[in-house]
Design a binder for this molecule. Structure first.
Ligand code: FMN
Length: 428
């Protein structure tokens, strides 16, 4: 099985990825307050390009400056002017310097827009994020004209990144952001052509794929990040995901990346939410304990023949090789380990057996206070704080060229919050 991860992967559009390891999308927070890529982003992606992945996904690039997933997101909400075009091109150049692919993840944060960015974000319906702490505002339902405008923006953004030298795009339809909200009957209560039955709830996504494909042409990779399920009662279930996957295949998508969960139910990180997990109907294999979504991918492979990327939990090389050998995954997505070990793919290809599991060591609380994580509201707080530790690593890599793994979760949280404050204060 030795060389499985080093194999190339050819996509339906004809593009070939140099190996099976991909850096998953991770929001960087390193753009200017106006959403323009910076030298820090170039430095970060240069390091990752040197790190041996066959493909790098950007962190989510937003199509609307009023719907950031966090301050410091790159924003492409119109045809780029010369300065933006130049910044995007420099970023793409750094990110592809070792000959790997670099794809733009395009997104709209919907109701999961932070309240300090927008206290009344647009969403399919006025259903608020069910988390304590006031971090998210009161959403307002989109009009049909606004939905059509968002569809158009995805096309504009895709054309812009292609012109700048990115080598593919990914539409973010997972993790509880706008397109994932449309897919879920819990957050989409609409009664028009964008609500109700699954075909209607998937309509914005499929319209976006059509707009993106029209913008980039037939030979450019177009991918979708899709939840296997939201793992919430009455939410987007695995049967729905299988159906959407078949529609995406028919709509000329080249690759589906499978993840799962939302802010309310953060299964993407292998974490428990505040509400009980809704179990899904999928055969459980014993071989894949560490990879959260590989069983879903195995079942999806029976329905679609396009390549699948599976992201979430992969740390052991043997598990990655097994996922590929067993037919579950064509590409393996790596997230958190890449926040410190930027050359994790090269090391795995060179024979490293296992990547670091920072998630097992990090907590906001010292060990003697760890019982506090049993309290539901505090579990959500510590979940976000640990996330800030990864943000601080990306910030350090971008600005200094080195990660800062010795930083405590508490210090990282303070640092990231102060960076966010500065970015918010300087927003145009
Ligand atoms: C710091 C950080 C930022 C993330 N940002 C994004 C993002 O912008 N878009 C996305 O689809 N997923 C995002 N994710 C989720 C990752 O892509 C991935 O699904 C998750 O980390 C699970 O993979 P892992 O176990 O290898 O870390 C982020 C994760 C982390 C840790």
């Amino acid at each position: 099985m030795d060389n499985l991860l080093a194999q190339t992967v050819t996509l339906p559009c004809g593009a070939t990825l140099p190996n099976r390891l991909a850096k998953a999308a991770m929001t960087e927070g390193l753009a200017t307050p106006a959403g323009i890529p910076t030298e820090a982003l170039e430095q970060l992606y240069g390091l990752w390009s040197d790190g041996g992945a066959g493909m790098l996904l950007s962190g989510n690039i937003q199509v609307d400056a009023d719907h950031l997933e966090r301050p410091g997101n790159v924003v492409i909400d119109r045809e780029p002017d010369a300065a933006m075009q130049q910044a995007l091109s420099s970023w793409a150049k750094a990110a592809t310097r070792k000959g790997n692919h670099f794809w733009a993840q395009i997104s709209h944060a919907g109701r999961q827009t932070q309240a300090n960015v927008n206290p009344h974000p647009k969403a399919p319906s006025a259903v608020k994020v069910g988390l304590p702490g006031g971090q998210f505002g009161e959403p307002v339902a989109l009009t049909v004209a606004e939905i059509e405008d968002i569809v158009r923006r995805f096309g504009v953004c895709a054309a812009a990144v292609k012109a700048a030298g990115f080598t593919g795009v990914q539409v973010h339809a997972a993790h509880g952001y706008l397109l994932s909200e449309f897919l879920s009957p819990r957050t989409n209560l609409r009664t028009d052509q964008y609500g109700g039955e699954l075909a209607n709830r998937a309509r914005p996504l499929l319209e976006i794929i059509a707009a993106v494909r029209a913008a980039v042409g037939p030979e450019f990779p177009v991918s979708v990040k899709l939840n296997s399920a939201d793992f919430q009662k009455g939410g987007f279930a695995f049967e729905d995901s299988l159906q959407v996957a078949t529609w995406l295949e028919a709509a000329s998508v080249d690759l589906i990346e499978i993840s799962g969960g939302t802010y309310e139910q953060p299964k993407l990180m292998g974490m428990e939410g505040l509400e009980e997990e809704e179990k899904q109907n999928v055969a459980e294999s014993t071989m894949m304990r560490e990879a959260y979504f590989v069983d879903f991918a195995l079942a999806m492979q029976e329905k679609v023949s396009i390549p699948l990327m599976v992201t979430g939990g992969f740390r052991r090389r043997a598990a990655m090789e097994q996922a590929v050998a067993g037919g579950g995954a064509d590409l393996i997505g790596l997230g958190r380990p890449m926040c410190v070990m930027t050359d994790a793919p090269a090391r795995l290809l060179g024979g490293l057996d296992e990547l670091p599991r920072y998630e097992q060591e990090l907590s906001l609380f010292p060990a003697w206070l760890s019982f506090l994580e049993g309290i539901k509201a505090l579990r959500a707080v510590t979940g976000f704080a640990v996330q800030f530790w990864y943000y601080a690593q990306l910030d350090a890599l971008g600005k200094t060229g080195q990660a800062a793994p010795a930083l405590s979760v508490f210090a990282a949280t303070r640092r990231v919050m102060s960076l966010q404050k500065e970015l918010l204060a300087d927003r145009p």
